[in-house]
Design a protein around this ligand. Structure first.
Ligand SMILES: NC(=O)c1ccc[n+]([C@@H]2O[C@H](COP(=O)([O-])OP(=O)(O)OC[C@H]3O[C@@H](n4cnc5c(N)ncnc54)[C@H](OP(=O)(O)O)[C@@H]3O)[C@@H](O)[C@H]2O)c1
Length: 326
C-alpha cells in the first residue's frame, strides 16, 4: 500500500510516499481503508529538525524513522481482529490510529467510533486530536461551568475552533481571540465576543475571565494571571514552545501566588468515552469541523508546509483516495 514515511529528521521534504506493507489487524484491532486523515502539530513535531532533547527522545524513545505519519483518520472497516465484535467490514468509522497517512491503517477497536451520518469522511477525520484537546483542556483541566466567562486564545485553528464550540455547548459566555480575517468565522461558530489580537492585547483590556484556554500565540504567565478572575484557571494547551515550557515549569509556582491557577494541559489522551462524547456533539450539531484545505495523499508535504506556517483557518485534511467518496 502507499503511505507517507519519513526517512530522516528535517523539513517536510524528508517525507516520502512509499510502498509499504499493508497492516494486518491483531485480535483486538480493526483494519481501516483510509478515506481521509488530518494534519496536527504532533505530526510535524515527529520529524522536524529536533532539538537536543528531541534528538535524544528520537534516538531513545521514539525510534520513529521509517514510521508512517498521521493519527486522525476516517474510513471504512476492511477487516476485524478475532476478538472484535463492535465493528464489521463496511462500517464507516473515525478515530485515532498512528500511521493514518496511508491507504490502510490498523489500531485497537477502542480507538474508533462509528462515523456520524451528518459528517463526511473528510469532516470526521478533521475532528479527533483537536477535539480531544479542546474537550480535555476545558472540562478536565479548566473545570468549565455553565455561565462562566471563558476566553479561547487562538480560536481559529484546529483546536481553537472546537474549543469555542465546546465551551458554548457547556453554556459558557465565550470570547474568541483571533486575527482580523478570522473574526467573522469566530462569530459564526458561536463566539459571544471576539478580540482581534492584531489590534488588542486581551491581557491588558481590564476584562477578567473565569477560564482561559491558551491554544496559540504567546503571553507571559503573569499576563494570563492578570486576566483571570479570582479562582480563575488558565490552561495552556499549546502555542509557542517557550509558552508551553514556562507553563509546565513555572505554572505550579505562579499558581501558589494566590487563588488563580495556571498550568500546561499535558498531552491529550484518546479514551473511548471522550470519542463518544465528541461523536454525540457532532451528531447533535453542537460542534462542526471547519476544513481549511484538502490535499491528496501524494501532496502531504504541501499540507504540512501549510500547517507549519501556523495560520490555518480550521483543519488541514489529507484525502487518501483521489476519486473515492470523502
Ligand atoms: N496538548 C496537546 O495534547 C495538544 C494537542 C494538539 C495541539 N496542541 C498544540 O495546540 C496548538 C494549536 O494547535 P492547532 O492544531 O490548533 O494549530 P493550528 O491549527 O496550526 O493553529 C493555527 C491558528 O493559530 C492562529 N494563531 C497563530 N498565532 C496566533 C496568535 N498569536 N494568537 C492567536 N491565534 C494565533 C492562526 O490564526 P491567524 O492566522 O489569524 O493568526 C491560525 O488560525 C499548537 O501549539 C499545538 O502544538 C497541543
Amino acid at each position: 500500500m502507499k503511505a507517507i514515511v519519513y526517512t530522516e529528521y528535517g523539513p517536510p521534504d524528508v517525507l516520502q510516499l512509499k510502498e509499504v506493507e499493508k497492516p494486518t489487524p491483531k485480535e483486538k484491532q480493526i483494519l481501516v481503508k483510509v478515506h481521509a486523515a488530518s494534519v496536527n502539530a504532533l505530526d510535524y513535531r515527529r520529524f522536524e529538525k529536533l532539538s537536543l532533547l528531541g534528538r535524544l527522545m528520537g534516538r531513545v524513545v521514539i525510534k520513529a524513522i521509517n514510521k508512517v505519519l498521521g493519527a486522525d483518520v476516517a474510513g471504512t472497516v476492511e477487516a476485524v481482529g478475532s476478538n472484535v465484535t463492535e465493528f464489521k467490514p463496511g462500517d464507516e468509522v473515525f478515530g485515532v490510529a498512528p500511521g493514518s497517512f496511508a491507504e490502510y491503517v490498523a489500531n485497537g477497536a477502542s480507538k474508533f467510533a462509528l462515523k456520524p451520518a451528518n459528517v463526511s469522511f473528510a469532516e470526521a477525520a478533521a475532528v479527533p486530536v483537536a477535539a480531544f484537546t479542546a474537550l480535555q483542556g476545558l472540562r478536565d483541566k479548566g473545570h468549565i461551568q455553565v455561565g462562566q466567562k471563558v476566553l479561547i486564545d487562538g480560536a481559529s485553528g484546529g483546536v481553537g475552533i472546537f474549543a469555542v464550540q465546546i465551551a458554548k455547548a457547556y453554556g459558557a459566555e465565550v470570547t474568541a481571540v483571533c486575527s482580523t480575517r478570522n473574526l467573522a468565522m469566530a462569530r459564526s461558530i458561536g463566539a459571544d465576543h471576539v478580540i482581534d489580537y492584531k489590534q488588542e492585547d486581551f491581557t491588558k483590556n481590564g476584562q477578567h475571565y473565569d477560564l482561559i484556554l491558551a491554544v496559540n500565540g504567546h503571553h507571559p504567565l503573569l499576563h494570563y494571571r492578570r486576566a483571570l478572575s479570582p479562582n480563575g484557571i488558565c490552561v495552556v494547551a499549546g502555542g509557542a514552545m517557550s509558552q508551553v515550557v514556562r507553563a509546565m515549569l513555572l505554572g505550579p509556582l505562579v499558581s501558589k501566588l494566590g487563588n488563580k491557577k495556571i498550568g500546561f494541559q499535558g498531552i491529550a489522551t484518546t479514551p473511548k468515552n471522550d470519542l463518544l462524547v465528541i461523536k454525540e456533539l457532532l451528531e447533535t450539531g453542537k460542534i462542526a469541523p471547519i476544513i481549511d484545505r484538502c490535499y491528496p495523499l501524494h501532496q502531504t508535504v504541501e499540507a504540512i508546509r501549510y500547517l507549519v506556517e501556523e495560520h490555518a483557518q480550521g483543519k488541514v485534511v489529507i484525502t487518501a483516495r483521489n476519486n473515492d467518496k470523502t
